[in-house]
Write a protein that binds this ligand. Structure first.
Ligand SMILES: CC1(C)[C@@H]2CC[C@@]1(C)[C@@H](OP(=O)([O-])OP(=O)([O-])[O-])C2
Ligand SMILES: [Mg+2]
Ligand SMILES: [Mg+2]
Ligand SMILES: [Mg+2]
Ligand SMILES: [Mg+2]
Ligand SMILES: [Mg+2]
Length: 545
Protein backbone atom coordinates (compact mmCIF):
# COMPACT_ATOMS: atom_id res chain seq x y z
CA UNK A 1 0.00 0.00 0.00
CA UNK A 2 1.32 3.47 -0.84
CA UNK A 3 2.95 5.40 1.98
CA UNK A 4 1.26 8.76 2.57
CA UNK A 5 4.14 10.24 4.62
CA UNK A 6 6.11 10.91 1.46
CA UNK A 7 6.29 14.14 -0.60
CA UNK A 8 3.44 14.87 -2.96
CA UNK A 9 3.51 16.66 -6.29
CA UNK A 10 0.16 18.21 -5.33
CA UNK A 11 -0.90 17.42 -8.88
CA UNK A 12 -4.58 17.79 -9.74
CA UNK A 13 -6.27 14.83 -11.46
CA UNK A 14 -6.42 14.88 -15.25
CA UNK A 15 -8.91 17.32 -16.81
CA UNK A 16 -9.89 15.01 -19.63
CA UNK A 17 -10.99 11.58 -18.42
CA UNK A 18 -11.00 8.41 -20.48
CA UNK A 19 -14.65 8.63 -21.59
CA UNK A 20 -14.28 12.28 -22.64
CA UNK A 21 -11.33 11.33 -24.86
CA UNK A 22 -13.01 8.23 -26.30
CA UNK A 23 -16.11 10.29 -27.16
CA UNK A 24 -14.09 12.49 -29.54
CA UNK A 25 -15.17 12.24 -33.14
CA UNK A 26 -14.79 14.60 -36.04
CA UNK A 27 -16.63 14.91 -39.37
CA UNK A 28 -13.31 15.84 -41.01
CA UNK A 29 -12.30 12.24 -41.45
CA UNK A 30 -14.78 12.09 -44.37
CA UNK A 31 -13.34 11.76 -47.89
CA UNK A 32 -15.04 14.90 -49.27
CA UNK A 33 -12.94 17.18 -47.03
CA UNK A 34 -9.56 15.82 -48.13
CA UNK A 35 -10.74 15.96 -51.77
CA UNK A 36 -11.57 19.64 -51.35
CA UNK A 37 -8.20 20.22 -49.62
CA UNK A 38 -6.32 18.64 -52.55
CA UNK A 39 -8.14 20.92 -54.97
CA UNK A 40 -7.27 24.00 -52.90
CA UNK A 41 -3.63 22.90 -52.62
CA UNK A 42 -3.39 22.82 -56.42
CA UNK A 43 -4.79 26.36 -56.60
CA UNK A 44 -2.23 27.62 -54.06
CA UNK A 45 0.60 25.95 -56.00
CA UNK A 46 -0.55 27.82 -59.11
CA UNK A 47 -0.64 31.08 -57.13
CA UNK A 48 2.96 30.47 -56.01
CA UNK A 49 4.11 29.77 -59.55
CA UNK A 50 2.48 32.90 -60.97
CA UNK A 51 3.89 35.31 -58.35
CA UNK A 52 7.12 37.32 -58.60
CA UNK A 53 9.91 36.32 -56.22
CA UNK A 54 9.13 38.85 -53.49
CA UNK A 55 5.41 38.03 -53.48
CA UNK A 56 6.48 34.37 -53.26
CA UNK A 57 8.42 35.18 -50.06
CA UNK A 58 5.36 36.84 -48.56
CA UNK A 59 3.17 33.88 -49.51
CA UNK A 60 5.70 31.47 -47.96
CA UNK A 61 5.66 33.57 -44.77
CA UNK A 62 1.85 33.39 -44.64
CA UNK A 63 1.79 29.66 -45.45
CA UNK A 64 4.22 29.02 -42.57
CA UNK A 65 2.18 31.09 -40.13
CA UNK A 66 -1.02 29.34 -41.28
CA UNK A 67 0.63 25.96 -40.55
CA UNK A 68 0.32 24.98 -44.25
CA UNK A 69 3.92 25.14 -45.45
CA UNK A 70 4.45 21.38 -45.00
CA UNK A 71 2.00 20.87 -47.90
CA UNK A 72 4.34 22.87 -50.20
CA UNK A 73 7.81 21.66 -49.18
CA UNK A 74 9.03 21.07 -52.75
CA UNK A 75 7.71 24.38 -54.10
CA UNK A 76 9.13 26.35 -51.15
CA UNK A 77 12.47 24.57 -51.44
CA UNK A 78 12.76 25.48 -55.14
CA UNK A 79 11.70 29.11 -54.61
CA UNK A 80 14.08 29.78 -51.70
CA UNK A 81 17.05 28.10 -53.36
CA UNK A 82 16.41 30.07 -56.58
CA UNK A 83 16.22 33.37 -54.70
CA UNK A 84 19.40 32.54 -52.76
CA UNK A 85 21.60 31.25 -55.58
CA UNK A 86 20.43 33.85 -58.10
CA UNK A 87 21.08 36.50 -55.38
CA UNK A 88 17.66 37.92 -56.24
CA UNK A 89 17.31 40.03 -53.15
CA UNK A 90 20.64 41.84 -53.68
CA UNK A 91 19.26 43.17 -56.98
CA UNK A 92 17.45 46.25 -55.81
CA UNK A 93 17.72 48.71 -52.93
CA UNK A 94 15.49 46.86 -50.47
CA UNK A 95 13.72 48.35 -47.49
CA UNK A 96 14.08 47.00 -43.96
CA UNK A 97 10.93 44.87 -44.17
CA UNK A 98 11.96 43.10 -47.42
CA UNK A 99 15.57 42.57 -46.31
CA UNK A 100 14.49 41.14 -42.95
CA UNK A 101 11.84 38.85 -44.42
CA UNK A 102 14.22 37.44 -47.03
CA UNK A 103 16.98 37.04 -44.43
CA UNK A 104 14.77 35.13 -42.00
CA UNK A 105 13.14 32.78 -44.52
CA UNK A 106 16.40 31.91 -46.27
CA UNK A 107 18.32 31.32 -43.02
CA UNK A 108 15.44 29.29 -41.57
CA UNK A 109 15.79 27.14 -44.67
CA UNK A 110 19.49 26.53 -43.99
CA UNK A 111 20.73 29.13 -46.54
CA UNK A 112 23.27 31.28 -44.72
CA UNK A 113 22.63 34.88 -45.81
CA UNK A 114 25.28 37.18 -44.30
CA UNK A 115 24.26 39.54 -41.47
CA UNK A 116 25.96 42.29 -43.52
CA UNK A 117 22.72 42.75 -45.47
CA UNK A 118 21.73 44.95 -42.50
CA UNK A 119 24.82 47.21 -42.65
CA UNK A 120 23.15 49.64 -45.09
CA UNK A 121 20.71 50.54 -42.26
CA UNK A 122 23.49 51.71 -39.89
CA UNK A 123 24.87 55.26 -39.45
CA UNK A 124 28.60 56.17 -39.37
CA UNK A 125 28.86 55.22 -35.67
CA UNK A 126 27.64 51.74 -36.56
CA UNK A 127 24.25 52.12 -34.85
CA UNK A 128 20.95 51.56 -36.62
CA UNK A 129 19.34 54.76 -37.94
CA UNK A 130 16.74 56.08 -35.48
CA UNK A 131 14.43 57.00 -38.43
CA UNK A 132 13.89 53.28 -39.05
CA UNK A 133 11.63 53.31 -35.98
CA UNK A 134 8.80 54.77 -38.08
CA UNK A 135 8.61 51.63 -40.25
CA UNK A 136 6.78 49.44 -37.72
CA UNK A 137 6.43 46.50 -40.13
CA UNK A 138 10.13 46.65 -40.95
CA UNK A 139 11.14 46.88 -37.28
CA UNK A 140 8.92 43.94 -36.41
CA UNK A 141 10.32 41.86 -39.26
CA UNK A 142 13.90 42.80 -38.29
CA UNK A 143 13.19 41.71 -34.71
CA UNK A 144 11.96 38.31 -35.90
CA UNK A 145 15.01 37.98 -38.19
CA UNK A 146 17.44 38.71 -35.34
CA UNK A 147 16.61 35.37 -33.69
CA UNK A 148 18.28 33.55 -36.60
CA UNK A 149 21.64 34.76 -35.21
CA UNK A 150 24.51 32.37 -34.70
CA UNK A 151 27.24 32.82 -32.05
CA UNK A 152 29.20 36.06 -32.32
CA UNK A 153 26.97 37.83 -34.88
CA UNK A 154 27.03 41.27 -33.23
CA UNK A 155 24.94 43.06 -35.89
CA UNK A 156 22.03 40.68 -35.21
CA UNK A 157 22.42 41.06 -31.43
CA UNK A 158 22.34 44.84 -31.97
CA UNK A 159 19.25 44.42 -34.16
CA UNK A 160 17.49 42.40 -31.44
CA UNK A 161 18.09 45.06 -28.79
CA UNK A 162 17.31 47.97 -31.17
CA UNK A 163 13.99 46.50 -32.36
CA UNK A 164 12.86 45.06 -29.00
CA UNK A 165 13.16 48.50 -27.39
CA UNK A 166 11.27 50.23 -30.20
CA UNK A 167 8.48 47.62 -30.25
CA UNK A 168 8.07 47.73 -26.46
CA UNK A 169 7.92 51.54 -26.64
CA UNK A 170 5.25 51.39 -29.37
CA UNK A 171 3.08 49.19 -27.14
CA UNK A 172 3.60 51.60 -24.23
CA UNK A 173 2.82 54.65 -26.44
CA UNK A 174 -0.34 52.90 -27.59
CA UNK A 175 -1.39 52.34 -24.00
CA UNK A 176 -0.87 56.08 -23.39
CA UNK A 177 -2.90 56.85 -26.54
CA UNK A 178 0.16 58.50 -28.14
CA UNK A 179 -0.02 56.01 -30.99
CA UNK A 180 -2.79 54.12 -32.80
CA UNK A 181 -2.00 50.72 -34.36
CA UNK A 182 -4.42 48.29 -36.03
CA UNK A 183 -5.33 45.16 -34.06
CA UNK A 184 -3.48 42.82 -36.36
CA UNK A 185 -0.17 44.67 -36.06
CA UNK A 186 -0.48 45.16 -32.31
CA UNK A 187 -1.13 41.46 -31.77
CA UNK A 188 1.82 40.51 -33.99
CA UNK A 189 4.07 42.81 -31.94
CA UNK A 190 2.84 41.36 -28.65
CA UNK A 191 3.34 37.80 -29.92
CA UNK A 192 6.83 38.63 -31.12
CA UNK A 193 7.91 40.16 -27.80
CA UNK A 194 6.30 37.24 -25.96
CA UNK A 195 7.98 34.53 -28.02
CA UNK A 196 9.64 35.20 -31.40
CA UNK A 197 8.19 33.46 -34.45
CA UNK A 198 11.34 31.36 -34.93
CA UNK A 199 10.95 29.91 -31.43
CA UNK A 200 7.31 28.94 -31.95
CA UNK A 201 6.18 25.54 -33.14
CA UNK A 202 4.21 26.17 -36.32
CA UNK A 203 1.01 24.24 -35.69
CA UNK A 204 -0.14 25.52 -32.27
CA UNK A 205 0.42 29.11 -33.41
CA UNK A 206 -1.51 28.47 -36.62
CA UNK A 207 -4.86 28.26 -34.84
CA UNK A 208 -4.49 31.85 -33.61
CA UNK A 209 -2.98 33.13 -36.87
CA UNK A 210 -5.81 31.71 -39.02
CA UNK A 211 -8.28 33.88 -37.07
CA UNK A 212 -6.00 36.94 -37.33
CA UNK A 213 -5.35 36.33 -41.04
CA UNK A 214 -9.10 36.35 -41.73
CA UNK A 215 -9.23 40.01 -40.62
CA UNK A 216 -6.46 41.12 -43.00
CA UNK A 217 -7.53 43.27 -45.98
CA UNK A 218 -5.12 41.41 -48.30
CA UNK A 219 -6.27 37.96 -47.07
CA UNK A 220 -6.41 35.31 -49.79
CA UNK A 221 -9.73 33.37 -49.47
CA UNK A 222 -8.28 30.19 -51.01
CA UNK A 223 -5.46 30.11 -48.46
CA UNK A 224 -7.85 30.88 -45.61
CA UNK A 225 -10.24 28.07 -46.58
CA UNK A 226 -7.36 25.64 -47.01
CA UNK A 227 -5.83 26.62 -43.64
CA UNK A 228 -9.10 25.96 -41.79
CA UNK A 229 -9.77 22.73 -43.66
CA UNK A 230 -6.26 21.37 -43.21
CA UNK A 231 -6.26 22.27 -39.51
CA UNK A 232 -9.50 20.32 -38.99
CA UNK A 233 -8.50 17.32 -41.11
CA UNK A 234 -5.18 16.95 -39.28
CA UNK A 235 -6.93 17.49 -35.93
CA UNK A 236 -9.30 14.59 -36.73
CA UNK A 237 -6.27 12.34 -37.36
CA UNK A 238 -4.69 13.42 -34.10
CA UNK A 239 -7.89 12.73 -32.16
CA UNK A 240 -7.84 9.12 -33.33
CA UNK A 241 -4.21 8.78 -32.22
CA UNK A 242 -4.96 10.31 -28.81
CA UNK A 243 -7.75 7.77 -28.31
CA UNK A 244 -5.25 4.96 -28.94
CA UNK A 245 -2.73 6.37 -26.45
CA UNK A 246 -5.51 6.89 -23.91
CA UNK A 247 -6.63 3.24 -24.24
CA UNK A 248 -3.04 2.08 -23.73
CA UNK A 249 -2.68 4.36 -20.67
CA UNK A 250 -5.90 3.01 -19.12
CA UNK A 251 -4.94 -0.63 -19.75
CA UNK A 252 -1.48 -0.02 -18.19
CA UNK A 253 -3.25 0.90 -14.91
CA UNK A 254 -0.20 3.02 -14.03
CA UNK A 255 -2.33 6.03 -12.97
CA UNK A 256 -4.15 3.79 -10.51
CA UNK A 257 -1.03 1.98 -9.23
CA UNK A 258 1.08 5.16 -9.00
CA UNK A 259 -1.45 7.88 -8.04
CA UNK A 260 1.31 10.26 -6.89
CA UNK A 261 2.46 10.62 -10.51
CA UNK A 262 1.08 13.13 -13.03
CA UNK A 263 -1.83 11.73 -15.01
CA UNK A 264 -1.32 13.82 -18.16
CA UNK A 265 -1.96 11.66 -21.20
CA UNK A 266 -3.38 14.58 -23.25
CA UNK A 267 -0.49 16.90 -22.45
CA UNK A 268 2.01 14.12 -23.18
CA UNK A 269 0.34 13.54 -26.53
CA UNK A 270 0.36 17.30 -27.24
CA UNK A 271 4.15 17.43 -26.85
CA UNK A 272 4.45 15.00 -29.75
CA UNK A 273 1.74 16.52 -31.85
CA UNK A 274 3.72 19.78 -31.73
CA UNK A 275 7.05 18.11 -32.46
CA UNK A 276 5.85 16.11 -35.44
CA UNK A 277 2.41 16.96 -36.83
CA UNK A 278 2.23 15.82 -40.51
CA UNK A 279 -0.56 13.20 -40.63
CA UNK A 280 1.65 10.36 -41.91
CA UNK A 281 3.68 10.25 -38.67
CA UNK A 282 0.93 8.72 -36.55
CA UNK A 283 2.89 5.72 -35.24
CA UNK A 284 5.92 7.84 -34.13
CA UNK A 285 3.57 10.25 -32.31
CA UNK A 286 1.75 7.42 -30.54
CA UNK A 287 4.98 5.64 -29.54
CA UNK A 288 6.53 8.87 -28.28
CA UNK A 289 3.41 9.88 -26.36
CA UNK A 290 3.70 6.56 -24.50
CA UNK A 291 7.37 7.35 -23.89
CA UNK A 292 6.49 10.79 -22.48
CA UNK A 293 3.93 9.18 -20.17
CA UNK A 294 6.53 6.73 -18.85
CA UNK A 295 9.15 9.45 -18.42
CA UNK A 296 6.63 11.60 -16.53
CA UNK A 297 5.87 8.70 -14.14
CA UNK A 298 9.55 7.81 -13.66
CA UNK A 299 10.43 11.47 -13.11
CA UNK A 300 7.82 11.68 -10.35
CA UNK A 301 9.18 8.49 -8.75
CA UNK A 302 12.64 10.09 -8.48
CA UNK A 303 11.45 13.66 -7.78
CA UNK A 304 8.48 13.07 -5.51
CA UNK A 305 7.77 9.60 -4.18
CA UNK A 306 10.90 7.42 -4.09
CA UNK A 307 13.24 7.39 -1.08
CA UNK A 308 16.96 7.76 -1.72
CA UNK A 309 17.57 4.03 -1.14
CA UNK A 310 14.73 2.99 -3.45
CA UNK A 311 15.87 5.28 -6.27
CA UNK A 312 19.48 4.10 -5.94
CA UNK A 313 18.24 0.51 -6.14
CA UNK A 314 16.29 1.34 -9.31
CA UNK A 315 19.26 3.14 -10.88
CA UNK A 316 21.61 0.22 -10.18
CA UNK A 317 19.14 -2.25 -11.65
CA UNK A 318 18.52 -0.16 -14.79
CA UNK A 319 22.25 0.37 -15.43
CA UNK A 320 22.78 -3.39 -15.22
CA UNK A 321 19.42 -4.18 -16.82
CA UNK A 322 19.25 -7.18 -14.54
CA UNK A 323 15.69 -8.37 -15.07
CA UNK A 324 16.11 -11.15 -12.46
CA UNK A 325 16.77 -8.49 -9.77
CA UNK A 326 13.34 -6.96 -10.33
CA UNK A 327 12.13 -8.91 -7.26
CA UNK A 328 14.37 -6.68 -5.11
CA UNK A 329 12.39 -3.58 -6.16
CA UNK A 330 9.49 -2.29 -4.03
CA UNK A 331 6.14 -3.23 -5.58
CA UNK A 332 5.38 0.23 -7.04
CA UNK A 333 8.72 0.26 -8.90
CA UNK A 334 8.30 -3.19 -10.44
CA UNK A 335 5.33 -2.16 -12.57
CA UNK A 336 7.16 0.96 -13.77
CA UNK A 337 10.25 -1.04 -14.67
CA UNK A 338 8.19 -3.62 -16.57
CA UNK A 339 6.30 -0.87 -18.45
CA UNK A 340 9.64 0.62 -19.55
CA UNK A 341 11.04 -2.77 -20.52
CA UNK A 342 7.92 -3.54 -22.58
CA UNK A 343 8.11 -0.13 -24.26
CA UNK A 344 11.76 -0.68 -25.23
CA UNK A 345 10.97 -4.12 -26.63
CA UNK A 346 7.98 -2.77 -28.58
CA UNK A 347 10.11 -0.15 -30.33
CA UNK A 348 13.09 -2.50 -30.78
CA UNK A 349 10.75 -5.09 -32.32
CA UNK A 350 9.35 -2.49 -34.77
CA UNK A 351 12.86 -1.41 -35.85
CA UNK A 352 14.08 -5.01 -36.19
CA UNK A 353 11.03 -5.75 -38.36
CA UNK A 354 11.32 -2.60 -40.50
CA UNK A 355 15.10 -2.14 -40.76
CA UNK A 356 16.66 -5.43 -39.62
CA UNK A 357 18.56 -3.48 -36.92
CA UNK A 358 18.86 -4.49 -33.25
CA UNK A 359 18.66 -1.35 -31.08
CA UNK A 360 17.82 -2.73 -27.61
CA UNK A 361 21.24 -1.75 -26.23
CA UNK A 362 20.91 1.80 -27.64
CA UNK A 363 17.52 2.27 -26.01
CA UNK A 364 18.63 0.79 -22.67
CA UNK A 365 21.60 3.19 -22.69
CA UNK A 366 19.27 6.19 -23.13
CA UNK A 367 17.16 5.00 -20.15
CA UNK A 368 20.21 4.15 -18.03
CA UNK A 369 21.79 7.57 -18.63
CA UNK A 370 18.49 9.18 -17.66
CA UNK A 371 18.28 7.21 -14.39
CA UNK A 372 21.90 8.00 -13.48
CA UNK A 373 21.12 11.72 -13.91
CA UNK A 374 17.85 11.35 -11.94
CA UNK A 375 19.82 9.52 -9.22
CA UNK A 376 22.38 12.32 -8.99
CA UNK A 377 19.63 14.91 -8.52
CA UNK A 378 17.90 12.76 -5.89
CA UNK A 379 21.22 12.42 -4.01
CA UNK A 380 21.73 16.22 -4.13
CA UNK A 381 18.20 16.74 -2.85
CA UNK A 382 18.45 14.26 0.03
CA UNK A 383 21.94 15.39 1.12
CA UNK A 384 21.02 19.07 0.75
CA UNK A 385 24.01 19.65 -1.55
CA UNK A 386 23.70 22.87 -3.56
CA UNK A 387 25.37 22.41 -6.97
CA UNK A 388 26.86 25.32 -8.90
CA UNK A 389 24.92 26.20 -12.05
CA UNK A 390 27.58 24.50 -14.16
CA UNK A 391 27.51 21.29 -12.08
CA UNK A 392 23.71 21.30 -12.21
CA UNK A 393 23.43 21.81 -15.99
CA UNK A 394 26.00 19.08 -16.69
CA UNK A 395 23.52 16.64 -15.08
CA UNK A 396 20.24 18.39 -15.89
CA UNK A 397 20.60 18.48 -19.67
CA UNK A 398 20.39 14.65 -19.35
CA UNK A 399 17.69 14.50 -16.63
CA UNK A 400 15.27 16.49 -18.80
CA UNK A 401 15.15 13.30 -20.97
CA UNK A 402 15.56 14.99 -24.38
CA UNK A 403 18.25 12.49 -25.44
CA UNK A 404 15.75 9.67 -24.83
CA UNK A 405 12.85 11.48 -26.52
CA UNK A 406 14.97 12.32 -29.59
CA UNK A 407 16.56 8.87 -29.55
CA UNK A 408 13.11 7.33 -29.98
CA UNK A 409 12.14 9.94 -32.61
CA UNK A 410 15.33 9.17 -34.55
CA UNK A 411 14.58 5.45 -34.78
CA UNK A 412 10.88 6.07 -35.43
CA UNK A 413 11.27 8.59 -38.28
CA UNK A 414 14.62 7.78 -39.99
CA UNK A 415 14.38 5.82 -43.19
CA UNK A 416 16.96 4.47 -43.82
CA UNK A 417 18.63 4.42 -40.38
CA UNK A 418 22.22 5.48 -41.14
CA UNK A 419 24.99 3.86 -39.06
CA UNK A 420 26.97 7.11 -38.70
CA UNK A 421 23.88 9.01 -37.57
CA UNK A 422 23.03 6.31 -34.99
CA UNK A 423 26.58 6.62 -33.65
CA UNK A 424 26.31 10.44 -33.38
CA UNK A 425 22.97 9.98 -31.66
CA UNK A 426 24.45 7.64 -29.03
CA UNK A 427 27.34 10.04 -28.47
CA UNK A 428 24.79 12.81 -27.88
CA UNK A 429 25.80 15.05 -30.80
CA UNK A 430 25.58 18.81 -30.21
CA UNK A 431 22.10 19.13 -31.73
CA UNK A 432 20.84 16.66 -29.10
CA UNK A 433 22.55 18.55 -26.28
CA UNK A 434 21.34 21.95 -27.55
CA UNK A 435 17.76 20.72 -27.82
CA UNK A 436 18.05 19.24 -24.33
CA UNK A 437 19.39 22.51 -22.94
CA UNK A 438 16.51 24.53 -24.44
CA UNK A 439 14.05 22.00 -22.99
CA UNK A 440 15.78 22.06 -19.59
CA UNK A 441 16.02 25.85 -19.30
CA UNK A 442 12.42 26.40 -20.48
CA UNK A 443 11.23 23.63 -18.12
CA UNK A 444 13.04 25.17 -15.14
CA UNK A 445 11.62 28.63 -15.89
CA UNK A 446 8.13 27.08 -16.00
CA UNK A 447 8.21 24.43 -13.27
CA UNK A 448 10.78 25.34 -10.63
CA UNK A 449 8.50 27.58 -8.50
CA UNK A 450 6.23 24.58 -7.84
CA UNK A 451 9.10 22.12 -7.60
CA UNK A 452 10.72 24.23 -4.86
CA UNK A 453 7.39 24.43 -2.98
CA UNK A 454 7.05 20.64 -2.73
CA UNK A 455 10.79 19.98 -2.41
CA UNK A 456 13.17 19.17 -5.29
CA UNK A 457 16.79 19.67 -6.28
CA UNK A 458 17.73 23.37 -6.87
CA UNK A 459 17.09 24.12 -10.57
CA UNK A 460 18.87 26.55 -12.94
CA UNK A 461 17.22 29.63 -11.42
CA UNK A 462 17.93 28.56 -7.84
CA UNK A 463 21.51 27.44 -8.62
CA UNK A 464 22.27 30.87 -10.12
CA UNK A 465 20.75 32.58 -7.06
CA UNK A 466 22.73 30.39 -4.61
CA UNK A 467 25.97 30.96 -6.50
CA UNK A 468 25.61 34.74 -7.05
CA UNK A 469 23.32 35.91 -4.23
CA UNK A 470 21.05 37.14 -7.04
CA UNK A 471 17.30 37.87 -6.86
CA UNK A 472 14.81 35.54 -8.55
CA UNK A 473 14.21 38.17 -11.26
CA UNK A 474 17.95 38.52 -12.02
CA UNK A 475 18.35 34.73 -12.07
CA UNK A 476 15.40 34.32 -14.47
CA UNK A 477 16.84 37.01 -16.76
CA UNK A 478 20.18 35.17 -16.77
CA UNK A 479 18.49 31.86 -17.65
CA UNK A 480 16.66 33.60 -20.52
CA UNK A 481 20.04 34.91 -21.69
CA UNK A 482 21.38 31.33 -21.61
CA UNK A 483 18.35 30.23 -23.66
CA UNK A 484 19.18 32.79 -26.38
CA UNK A 485 22.80 31.64 -26.43
CA UNK A 486 21.78 27.98 -26.83
CA UNK A 487 19.53 28.95 -29.74
CA UNK A 488 22.53 30.64 -31.40
CA UNK A 489 24.47 27.39 -31.10
CA UNK A 490 21.50 25.49 -32.52
CA UNK A 491 21.34 27.95 -35.45
CA UNK A 492 25.06 27.45 -36.06
CA UNK A 493 24.64 23.67 -36.27
CA UNK A 494 22.16 24.24 -39.10
CA UNK A 495 24.98 25.50 -41.32
CA UNK A 496 27.54 22.81 -40.45
CA UNK A 497 28.07 19.37 -41.98
CA UNK A 498 25.76 17.08 -40.02
CA UNK A 499 25.26 13.28 -39.89
CA UNK A 500 21.53 13.97 -39.46
CA UNK A 501 18.86 14.83 -42.02
CA UNK A 502 17.32 18.36 -42.01
CA UNK A 503 13.99 16.83 -40.95
CA UNK A 504 15.53 15.19 -37.85
CA UNK A 505 17.39 18.41 -37.02
CA UNK A 506 14.05 20.18 -37.22
CA UNK A 507 12.46 17.65 -34.82
CA UNK A 508 15.31 18.39 -32.37
CA UNK A 509 14.67 22.14 -32.62
CA UNK A 510 10.90 21.62 -32.37
CA UNK A 511 11.28 19.74 -29.08
CA UNK A 512 12.83 22.90 -27.66
CA UNK A 513 10.08 24.99 -29.26
CA UNK A 514 7.42 22.76 -27.70
CA UNK A 515 8.98 23.33 -24.28
CA UNK A 516 8.83 27.09 -24.79
CA UNK A 517 5.20 26.69 -25.86
CA UNK A 518 4.22 24.43 -22.94
CA UNK A 519 5.90 26.64 -20.35
CA UNK A 520 5.14 30.03 -21.88
CA UNK A 521 2.65 30.78 -19.08
CA UNK A 522 4.19 28.76 -16.26
CA UNK A 523 3.89 24.99 -15.88
CA UNK A 524 1.57 23.93 -18.67
CA UNK A 525 2.29 20.26 -18.07
CA UNK A 526 2.18 19.32 -14.41
CA UNK A 527 0.32 22.00 -12.47
CA UNK A 528 -1.47 23.18 -15.60
CA UNK A 529 -3.01 26.61 -16.10
CA UNK A 530 -6.00 28.16 -17.79
CA UNK A 531 -4.01 29.18 -20.86
CA UNK A 532 -2.88 25.60 -21.42
CA UNK A 533 -6.40 24.24 -20.92
CA UNK A 534 -7.73 26.72 -23.49
CA UNK A 535 -4.91 25.85 -25.84
CA UNK A 536 -5.59 22.12 -25.60
CA UNK A 537 -9.31 22.66 -26.11
CA UNK A 538 -8.69 24.67 -29.28
CA UNK A 539 -5.82 22.53 -30.58
CA UNK A 540 -7.14 19.05 -29.98
CA UNK A 541 -10.82 19.13 -29.07
CA UNK A 542 -12.48 21.87 -31.13
CA UNK A 543 -12.39 22.25 -34.93
CA UNK A 544 -12.13 25.73 -36.45
CA UNK A 545 -15.50 26.87 -37.79
C1 LIG B 1 8.11 15.53 -20.53
C2 LIG B 1 8.98 16.25 -19.54
C3 LIG B 1 9.74 17.35 -20.25
C4 LIG B 1 9.85 15.38 -18.72
C5 LIG B 1 8.83 14.50 -18.01
C6 LIG B 1 7.69 15.45 -17.74
C7 LIG B 1 8.21 16.73 -18.35
C8 LIG B 1 7.15 17.74 -18.62
C9 LIG B 1 9.25 17.26 -17.39
O1 LIG B 1 8.76 17.25 -16.04
P1 LIG B 1 9.55 17.97 -14.85
O2 LIG B 1 9.11 17.37 -13.55
O3 LIG B 1 9.47 19.47 -14.97
O4 LIG B 1 11.06 17.56 -15.15
P2 LIG B 1 12.25 17.83 -14.12
O5 LIG B 1 12.29 19.30 -13.88
O6 LIG B 1 11.91 17.04 -12.89
O7 LIG B 1 13.46 17.31 -14.81
C10 LIG B 1 10.38 16.31 -17.63
MG1 LIG C 1 -2.79 11.03 -10.59
MG1 LIG D 1 10.15 16.49 -11.99
MG1 LIG E 1 13.12 15.38 -12.40
MG1 LIG F 1 10.86 20.75 -14.00
MG1 LIG G 1 28.27 24.31 -26.65
Amino acid sequence: QLDSTRRSGMYKPTLWDFDRIQSLNSVYTEEKYSTRACDLIQQVKKLLEESDWFRQLQLIDDLQRLGLSYRFDDEINLILNTIYFEKKFCEKEMDLYSTSLAFRLLRQHGLKVSQEVFDCFKNEEGDFEARLGDETNGILEMCEASFLATEGEETLELARLFTTNILQKKLDDERNELLIMDDYLRTLIRHSLDLPLYWRVQRPSARWFIEAYATRSDMNPIMLELAKLDFNIVQATHQEELKQVSRWWKESRLAEKLPFARDRVVENYLWNRGMLFPPQYGYPRIMNAKLFVLITVLDDIYDVYGTLEETQLFTNLITRWDVEAIGQLPEYMRICYMAIDNNINELAYEVLKQHGLLIIQDLRKFWADLCVAYGKEAEWYYTGYKPTLEEYLEVAWVSISAHLILGYMFFLTSNPIEKEASQSLSNYHNIIRNSAMVLRLADDLGTSPYEMQRGDVPKAVECYMNENGASTEEAREYVKHLLREVWKETNGERFKESPFTPSFMRICADLGRMAQFMYQHGDGHGIRNLQMEDRIQSLIFEPIV
